[in-house]
Design a protein around this ligand. Structure first.
Ligand SMILES: [Zn+2]
Length: 260
């Protein structure tokens, strides 16, 4: 059986810890100490990396020093032993893993989808999307263009709605406050704000989310909704520019969120 749990790191990062049949992998270890603490005496069997930012990679060297385990991720990152690129398929923890490129937040950003087969032939997909898709939000555009990021998010949004989404930061409540500003009439956003605040009040993670939940409440996946497009257009410079295309709506939303 596969279990996936968050290891909190820094102020709001999650290092996802995957365990199956006594094997352990972690995703995006920005620091090593919380991973050492979570593993105890168990060895680490491997590391997955989504992109080059230090809060996702800073723990690689120390973890490799202790465990000498493989590191799968973008080939340009120091410490990666097994470079991955778009379309690759491999196996970790005895389960198939596939790789999608999702440039935008950074140009090297990968999304990793782990597939677990259920007993009756149904499969559950687990998406590790780093800083590309967040609960009710998306990553900042540090390296890519709005068109690249929008295309990356659109790819992720075609995964089955029940796909579990493991984002790398606990940004959900702040993101939902922006989502509500972008689409005030959306009742699903209001409900999600109440649920997320209740979880955070108990110091529990709001993640994983699902693709279905994101499609219903994440403004960056809702650029095709006329009400969202109107709010984005009205907010921007002089409020006068009509954005009929979804990339234009996305770009306006992302700029608005940068200053929110
Ligand atoms: Zn990042």
């Amino acid at each position: 059986m596969l279990t996936i749990s968050p290891i909190p790191a820094f102020s709001d990062n999650y290092i996802w810890h995957l365990e199956r049949d006594g094997q352990h992998w972690v995703v995006d270890p920005g620091e090593a100490k919380p991973v050492f603490d979570a593993l105890g005496d168990a060895p680490l069997d491997g590391i997955l990396i989504t992109h080059h930012h230090l809060d996702h990679t800073g723990g690689i060297a120390k973890l490799r020093e202790r465990y000498d385990c493989p590191v799968y991720g973008p080939g340009s990152i120091d410490g990666v032993t097994d470079p991955l690129s778009s379309g690759d398929r491999c196996e970790i923890l005895g389960l198939p893993l596939r790789v999608m490129d999702v440039p935008g937040h950074t140009l090297d950003h990968l999304a990793l989808v782990l597939e677990e087969s259920g007993e009756n032939g149904a499969s559950q997909q687990h998406l590790f999307c780093g800083d590309t898709l967040f609960a009710a939000g998306c990553g900042r555009l540090f390296e890519g263009t709005p068109a690249q990021m929008y295309s990356s998010l659109s790819k992720l949004s075609t995964l089955p709605p029940e796909t579990l989404v493991y984002c790398a930061h606990e940004y959900t409540v702040a993101n939902l406050q922006f989502a509500e500003a972008a689409e005030p009439g959306n009742a699903a956003i209001k409900n999600r704000i109440a649920e997320s605040k209740a979880l955070r009040a108990k110091n529990l993670p709001t993640l994983p989310s699902t693709i279905g939940e994101e499609l219903a409440t994440n403004p960056f996946l809702r650029c095709h909704i006329p009400a969202v497009a109107r709010r984005a257009a009205n907010h921007g410079a002089n409020g006068a520019i009509e954005d009929s295309d979804e990339v234009g709506v996305f770009a306006r939303l992302r700029r608005w969120k940068d200053d929110f």
